[in-house]
Design a protein around this ligand. Structure first.
Ligand code: HMG
Ligand code: MG
Length: 286
């Protein structure tokens, strides 16, 4: 059954900008967040407390988060380890996102840990976040195909999902990090996960490398998913996922939902889309 309404979580300020080679000034990041905050998103991913040597673009996470506090918006901050969580707690981030690759080969490139080492680290991380009443989003990255190991099996995804469920994640976000999934496997993945974990909230996170992100969004919806990460202007990409392009464009998903009569509560000004695109050196023109 199709949902009547869906939640779109804007990830442009984080996933959208993290892969930009030229540093986007903190002022421009704030301006983007301000414009997006007026569009009606219930929450946004705005910062990443990763190591600035690994991802220089996110080096201003503290300042950006302080600005989000000023705006009073509900934002999500990426925290790959306890050190990151301490930084997020210090600025008072209301929601955090942990991320673990279903493909261990990718996880090693992304955070210098095997999948099981990362899951181990999650124990202390979840406990500390829960003590501070922080909402925990838990990503399973590279959940379909991996540029380093090839196909990713359902069991590899399930291994991470099960651990996240046991640790008490508030929502589990399944990522097609390199944008190679197709609608058939997306439908199967979410149908199987929702059957196996009926009381868990699943979110879908699609990159558009193969131009199938919108079709994948529809397929996930058919399987009962009603929360989607999107990035304004189709910005995005993971620096440790070679060749991967941006997330599914928020405006494309908005148009599809609107035509289908599914409500999102979001109205995005064309100026906001143009501004977002102007921040990217990888997107040609508006
Ligand atoms: P590491 O080098 O293994 O870290 O990096 P370490 O634990 O060995 O520590 C080394 C040094 O780094 C220490 O300092 C730590 O204190 C420091 P020293 O004692 O040598 O002076 N350190 C930190 N400093 C600041 N902030 C921190 C931090 N942690 C340690 N958080 C680490 C491990 C995870 C930090 C590193 O690999 C990293 O930052 N990786 C970035 C990965 C990343 O940002 N990837 C992109 C986001 S994931 C994504 O895009 C996918 C997603 O969109 C979903 C999808 O599409 O599927 C979410
Ligand atoms: Mg991503």
């Amino acid at each position: 059954e199709m949902p009547m309404a869906v939640e779109l979580i804007e990830v442009g300020p984080r996933d959208g900008l993290q892969n930009e080679p030229e540093f986007v000034s903190t002022e421009k990041k704030k301006d983007l967040i301000l414009q997006l905050s007026k569009s009606g998103f219930r929450r946004m991913e705005t910062a990443s407390f990763v190591h600035p040597k690994w991802v220089p673009q996110m080096a201003d996470a503290e300042e950006v988060s302080a600005y989000c506090n000023e705006l009073g918006i509900t934002y999500i901050a990426l925290t790959p380890n306890v050190k990151a969580l301490e930084r997020a707690l210090a600025v008072g981030a209301p929601q955090i996102a942990v991320f673990v690759g279903a493909s261990s080969a990718f996880n090693q490139k992304n955070v210098n840990r095997t999948t099981d080492e990362s899951l181990e680290e999650c124990e202390a991380l979840f406990t500390r976040a829960q003590q501070n009443n922080v909402f925990i989003r838990a990503y399973v990255s590279m959940a379909f195909h991996c540029p380093f190991q090839g196909t990713v099996t359902f069991d590899e995804v399930d291994h991470v999902v099960k651990r996240f469920v046991d640790l008490g994640a508030d929502e589990i976000d399944i990522g097609d990090t390199n944008g190679q999934a197709h609608p058939g496997e997306v439908y199967d993945m979410f149908a199987r996960l929702r059957t196996a974990y009926p009381s868990t909230t699943f979110v879908a996170h699609f990159h558009d490398t193969s131009k199938l992100a919108l079709a994948n969004t529809y397929a996930a919806m058919l399987a009962g998913v009603d929360k989607f990460d999107t990035a304004v202007g189709g910005l995005g990409g993971c620096p440790f996922s070679p060749g991967a392009t941006g997330n599914v464009a928020t405006e494309d998903v908005l148009q599809m939902m609107s035509k289908m009569g599914i409500s999102t509560g979001i109205h995005m000004a064309p100026e906001t889309i143009a501004f977002a695109r102007s921040l990217s050196t990888r997107i040609a023109g508006p």
